[in-house]
Write a protein that binds this ligand. Structure first.
Ligand SMILES: *Cc1c(COP(=O)(O)O)cnc(C)c1O
Length: 865
């Protein structure tokens, strides 16, 4: 019989063991080996059975065992130490506390968080990154408040049918069985936030707090009694349901999220955030709520509020794949933000304009969350150097008139949280050499001193652990597929702890090309079964439940791995999650990645593998495009110019096979007399010393603080002083500039000096006559743009020099002049432009307007010698 209602009864621990509760409730345990060991010692067998979930452990441990522990001096001492250590960790000053002019708090919004396998609130890279961001913020003392949703069924858990077809399960998650506490008023009542809906309804939510070290993570949960059944289901699952459902989730995350933060700060006295970081478009509505606050509470106009909010907002875009970007029908936005749910201060027309795809290829019927995110944030970034460039290209239409290079989207390359992803043995090994903490990112050269036999011993141990874990998972999977134990004896010999091991795990959108390795199945077989230099591959990945194509790819892989001829060398392990991810990145010798370049914005699994002494074999995409140096792994050449996708796959698969056969396997099995692969180990050491400090999330977080959070907080403060004087004047100024801009023209450009017989080192004097159409000279910058020219006279990587005003000529026109040094030989050109200029701008392109001379005057080509 099925229960009609379920809930979790929390254990009452005997008095001496009560500090365990404090430990469990702070997710710091998930990256703190000593605390994990302590949990394990509570009941080692149960610890394994509960898959390292301390909440479940404490829920299921027997009263006798608890009783025994209350008398176990050693245990109690370890418990006391752990609690003391945790208290120290959450209060002592850290890196951030040594900085000045930094925000008092930062709000970080994300639709998903991968903190621990026991808190399944993520689907893939975006969530894992968010989790690593919070943990690293905690380690560095960065005062972030995380905001997300609590999904009652998480994403989904995956198993396989007998035919290898993905099956989805949605086990319910009871918040009472998770390490969460409810946000409550002083009197104990649960805090509520709510968001208005059409027809006078409200979407209500309670707020759970997860302690991620010193970072509070607020998770909104719509499963409360005063909601209608439909509203209770808004937070049912991650990325499930239809468009309306998705929109409601995002309204709750963005609008409800800001309200949750206000409540949290009121109740706890926490400092209010000065910076709001929108992790991907899904959370973008937070900007609307902040605008509403400024209008309703501070009396600003919409445009003033927009400026006030924008300065303190950071937006990170995470994907160039169109399917990864949230786009809603405009009608839907009108339905939810217009009609009787329209906030008088935030008219739906203004909202629609913020998400409008106003560029050439844009769809007029669509509301684009990423576009809104960019309009609501003064600072925008992609997640690798290449992805920054791709994003400037992709969203350049929002800043018309500016070259792609000037589009104000920067990049901060992702990183990974070492303590979460690196095997403890490896952390110890590196620590022995490093003077500082691993997260400090310095002194990695010292890793070169680690004795090679030591590295090899640990690598072997990690590979073996992975092999054993893979066999256990494979057996479980086959049981679920209907096999009996008697049929599964072969699993005892699946995989070999001494064979070169490849890992390949990811979500399964088509651009990641799960099945590229199957392009030539015979060749793959011969690689796997090579008698001298065998290779084994461990594969995992989930397809989105609605993605039939992705499920077919999984089935193709599974069918291949089912073949008795190869099944001991290639396996598919279902239910890719953080626990399996950790096992894989720690145990694999090679991390393989073959996306369609440049669609992988960053990719982080390969970074995790690198920190564990794995080597990367990857298409030059995302982070690998930036940091692959020929000695830390292998770059698969990309045939991204091939017009025919089929041919492209052929070419790239072929290159992949060749690399494996001729380089990867050859090197791994090239052994010295002592059995060690010397050259392989050199590459491992090189990987650790050079990539180690770069791929750490500590490096990433410092970049965010220095390049985005601190400047955003400074801008926000300036805009807010004296009752938002600067925000008000900036808004008025922008309106005036936008209105008068059509009258700004570059009438005439001339130059003298080096144009006759141009020589390297010579100078060129440029003069321009400009009509400002009613604007003040201080409103604009008149610039000469110069440098190398390409074939069609376009300037390549140009430089900019501001001209100075030299005279007023009648009719309101102005003359400007300045000098340019010819610092490069070859084809050279220049032009002049006028752009709006304001000291609160983060970029000259900020307003997206520019005045250029009528082409082609002003362009002089000379061949410099
Ligand atoms: C690291 C990780 C990801 C992200 O991997 P990418 O390399 O960015 O595709 C996804 N899922 C899990 C479980 C991970 O550990």
């Amino acid at each position: 019989m099925k229960a009609i209602r379920r809930f979790t009864v929390r254990t009452v621990l005997p008095e001496p063991l009560q500090p365990l509760e404090e430990l469990v409730l702070n997710l710091r345990w998930s990256w703190h080996p000593e605390t994990l060991e302590l949990f394990q010692s509570v009941d080692p067998e149960l610890w394994e059975a509960t898959r390292h979930d301390p909440m479940r452990l404490l829920g299921e441990v027997s009263a006798e065992r608890l009783d025994a522990l209350t008398g176990d001096r050693r245990f109690l001492r370890a418990l006391g130490d752990a609690v003391e250590e945790l208290r120290e960790y959450v209060t002592a000053p850290r890196w951030y506390q040594g900085l000045s002019d930094v925000p008092a708090a930062i709000a970080y919004f994300s639709p998903e968080y991968g903190i621990a396998a026991a808190l399944p609130q993520y689907s893939g890279g975006l969530g894992i990154l968010a989790g690593d961001h919070l943990k690293t913020a905690s380690d560095l003392g960065v005062p972030i408040i995380g905001v997300g949703l609590l999904y009652r069924h998480g994403y989904f858990s995956q198993s396989l049918s007998a035919e290898g077809w993905q099956q989805e399960h949605y086990p319910p998650i009871d918040p009472d069985g998770l390490p969460l506490t409810l946000l409550r008023e002083q009197d104990g009542t649960a805090v509520r936030v709510s968001v208005g809906l059409p027809d006078g309804d409200r979407l209500n939510a309670q707020v759970w707090i997860a302690g991620v070290g010193r970072v509070p993570l607020l998770l909104l949960d719509s499963n409360v009694e005063e909601n209608s059944p439909a509203s209770r289901d808004v937070t049912d699952r991650l990325y499930g349901g239809g468009t309306d459902h998705r929109l409601l989730q995002e309204m709750l995350l963005g609008i409800g999220g800001v309200r949750a933060i206000r409540q949290f700060c009121r109740v706890t006295g926490h400092a209010a955030p000065e910076v709001f970081h929108t992790n991907e478009g899904h959370a973008g509505f937070l900007g609307l709520e902040r605008i509403r606050e400024y209008i309703d509470e501070q009396g600003l106009s919409f445009d003033e509020a927009l400026e006030a909010a924008r300065g303190g907002t950071v937006f990170t875009t995470h994907t160039p794949v169109p399917a990864g970007i949230d786009r809603f029908p405009r009608e839907l936005i009108k339905k939810y933000f217009g009609t009787d749910n329209e906030a008088s201060s935030v008219p739906s027309e203004r909202i629609l304009a913020l998400g409008a795809e106003t560029y050439e290829e844009g769809d007029p019927d669509v509301f684009n969350m990423a576009v809104m995110g960019m309009r609501l944030a003064q600072r925008v970034n992609g997640v690798s150097v290449l992805h920054g460039a791709v994003s400037r290209e992709m969203f350049g239409g929002l800043w018309p008139g500016f070259d792609t290079d000037e589009v104000p989207i920067g990049s901060i390359t992702n990183g990974v949280h070492a303590e979460t992803w690196v095997a403890p043995e490896m952390v110890d090994l590196v620590r022995q050499q490093l003077t500082g903490v691993v997260e400090d990112g310095e002194g990695w050269d010292a890793v070169a001193r680690v004795p090679e036999p030591e590295i090899w011993r640990i690598r072997r141990a990690l590979r073996e652990r992975l092999v054993l874990d893979a066999r256990r998972r494979l057996r479980e999977s086959w049981r679920q597929r209907g096999a009996s134990d008697a049929e599964l004896t072969w699993i005892d010999d699946v995989l070999d702890p001494d064979v070169l091991t490849f890992g390949f795990a990811r979500r399964v959108p088509s651009y990641k090309r799960l099945t590229l390795m199957l392009r030539d199945q015979e060749r793959l077989k011969s690689i796997l079964l090579d008698p001298e230099r065998p290779v084994q591959i461990i594969i995992a990945g989930k397809a989105h439940p609605a993605d039939e194509g992705g499920k077919r790819l999984i089935q193709d892989i599974v069918r291949f791995t089912d073949d008795p001829a190869v099944r001991h060398r290639i396996v598919f392990l279902p239910d890719y999650d953080m626990a399996l991810g950790q096992s894989l990145v720690q145990g694999c010798d090679v991390w393989m990645n073959n996306p369609l370049r440049p669609l992988e914005a960053c990719g982080t699994s390969g970074m995790k593998a690198a920190l564990n002494g794995g080597l990367n074999l990857s298409i030059r995409d995302g982070w690998w495009d930036e940091w692959s140096d020929g000695n830390n792994g292998w770059a698969i050449p990309s045939a991204d110019r091939a017009a025919d996708p089929d041919r492209r796959d052929d070419v790239e698969a072929n290159a992949l096979y060749e690399l494996i056969e001729d380089h990867v396997a050859a090197l791994f099995y090239d052994r010295a007399t002592d059995g060690l692969p010397r050259r392989w180990l050199e590459m491992v050491k090189h990987t650790l010393t050079t990539l180690g400090p770069k791929v750490l999330a500590g490096r990433m977080l410092r970049d965010y603080v220095r390049d985005l959070y601190a400047p955003a907080a400074a801008a926000g403060r300036r805009l807010a002083t004296d009752e938002h004087t600067a925000a008000k004047s900036l808004a008025a100024w922008k309106l005036r500039v936008a209105k008068l801009w059509p009258g700004v023209t570059v009438e005439h450009v001339e130059s003298s000096g080096a144009t006759q017989s141009p020589q390297l080192g010579g100078t060129l004097t440029v003069r321009a006559t400009v009509e400002l159409g009613g604007l003040e000279p201080s409103d604009v910058a008149v610039e000469v743009v110069y440098g190398r020219v390409g074939e069609t006279d376009t300037l390549v990587d140009p430089s900019y020099v501001e001209l100075t005003q030299v005279e007023n000529i009648e009719g309101g026109r102005l003359r400007y002049a300045g000098e340019v040094t010819l610092d490069r030989a070859g084809a050279f050109g220049y032009s002049v432009r006028v752009v709006p200029k304001h000291d609160l701008f983060a970029s000259r392109a900020e307003m997206g307007v520019v005045a250029l001379p009528p082409a082609p005057t002003g362009m002089t080509n000379g061949d410099l010698r």
